[in-house]
Design a protein around this ligand. Structure first.
Ligand code: BT5
Length: 332
């Protein structure tokens, strides 16, 4: 496990300057010895940072790794209020959500973010598997302790979806939309998913873990056959590779913004934005919720985040969790 700290400060100093920064200057600004700086630089070099060292002039950053915890942390430090206060990176984990649950149970604070380069047991909902090869995609989990009623916990999934869809749209210019409740899609192909796990009792959410998986540089050839027709990635859609650092930063920053809005103003602005980004509302849908299936018109989202479906007998059904299939897609 790796935390931000001196390494992030060194990366910060080096990225501010196109030129060399002397070891003495870094040591002074961090309040450590020059040999401590040297040790951290050596560590950064093993983690994909290309840093030129000159005995006279000091150190110069040539290139950062494509997924840099230090850069995510440095960019969030100035603008994020809650999310990213603590950032933890793992090369490989079973599931970032499982790590987050473990850490929050041990007392880690709200706003802690866990990022992994790969997962061996990435989870979807209902025990499904999230395909999580190393080195290509984003796998992140965020710990929150929201002071909202447990009845409104579904809003947390909508919030994560809004953050992901807005950030990915802005950085990639792709026509990203949200398929209720937790799919980030381009057309009918899934590019990302969200798994929200909460611990709550009747009147309080003890914590929520927001798990976010986004296919960034995945090649469709990497996908198992079962996913090939349904999944996509930012790289596949745009035809070029992207920096996971940039996408992670933007998603976390969006999340911080929307979390602030949710706590201060309630769910209404969030639902309004979700409705702007969704491809589900206004469509004829089949909703599969447990062993029940309903067909009707998806009409909207209620103030607790439930999907409102108008059934053929004109009655309204509210669905808290499930999967939707677009009837147009099924028939077409
Ligand atoms: C989801 O579940 O979409 C939630 C995915 C959440 C993944 C993140 S990664 C970080 C954090 N740690 C975890 O362990 N999980 C979270 P669901 O709606 O149940 O969709 C799962 C279905 O999506 C699977 O059954 C496949 O059909 C499909 N799928 C699996 N991997 C995929 C991938 N990489 N890209 C697109 N579709 C995928």
């Amino acid at each position: 496990m790796e935390q931000r700290g001196r390494k992030a400060a060194i990366v910060g100093l080096l990225s501010e300057r196109a030129d060399y920064v002397s070891g003495a200057e870094m040591a002074k600004s961090l309040g450590v010895t020059r040999s401590a700086v040297w040790k951290k630089i050596a560590l950064l070099k093993t983690q994909g940072y290309v840093i030129e060292s000159s005995p006279v002039r000091g150190y110069r950053l040539i290139r950062s790794p494509e997924l840099s915890l230090e850069e995510i942390g440095n960019s969030l430090a100035g603008r994020s209020k809650i999310i990213g206060k603590e950032l933890l990176f793992f090369e490989t984990v079973h599931s970032t959500n499982a790590v987050a649950v473990d850490l929050v149970e041990k007392g880690h604070q709200e706003g802690t973010v866990i990022i992994a380069n790969g997962q061996t047991g990435g989870k979807g909902r209902l025990g499904r598997v999230w395909f999580s090869p190393p080195g290509k995609n984003l796998y992140m989990s965020v710990i929150l302790k929201p002071q909202i009623s447990p009845r409104r916990a579904a809003l947390l999934t909508l919030m994560s979806a809004v953050a992901c869809a807005s950030a990915v749209r802005r950085l990639s210019s792709l026509p990203i939309s949200i398929k209720w409740p937790n799919d980030i899609v381009v057309g009918d192909r899934k590019l990302g998913g969200i798994l929200t796990e909460t611990k709550a009792d009747m009147d309080r959410i003890h914590y929520a873990v927001l798990g976010i998986g986004i296919n960034v540089n995945l090649e469709t050839g990497d996908l198992p056959d079962s996913l090939r027709a349904h999944a996509t990635s930012i790289k596949h859609e745009t035809g070029m590779s992207h920096s996971r650092t940039e996408f992670a930063t933007e998603i976390l920053w969006e999340l911080d913004t929307w979390y602030g809005i949710l706590l201060k103003m309630g769910g209404a602005p969030l639902i309004e934005e979700w409705l702007r980004l969704t491809s589900t509302v206004g469509q004829a849908v089949r909703v599969v919720a447990g062993d029940r299936t309903h067909e009707g018109l998806a009409e909207g989202i209620d103030d607790e985040g439930l999907l409102i479906v108008r059934l053929s007998d004109n009655s309204l059904l509210k669905v808290a969790a499930g999967d939707v299939q677009l009837l147009r897609a099924l028939k077409g």
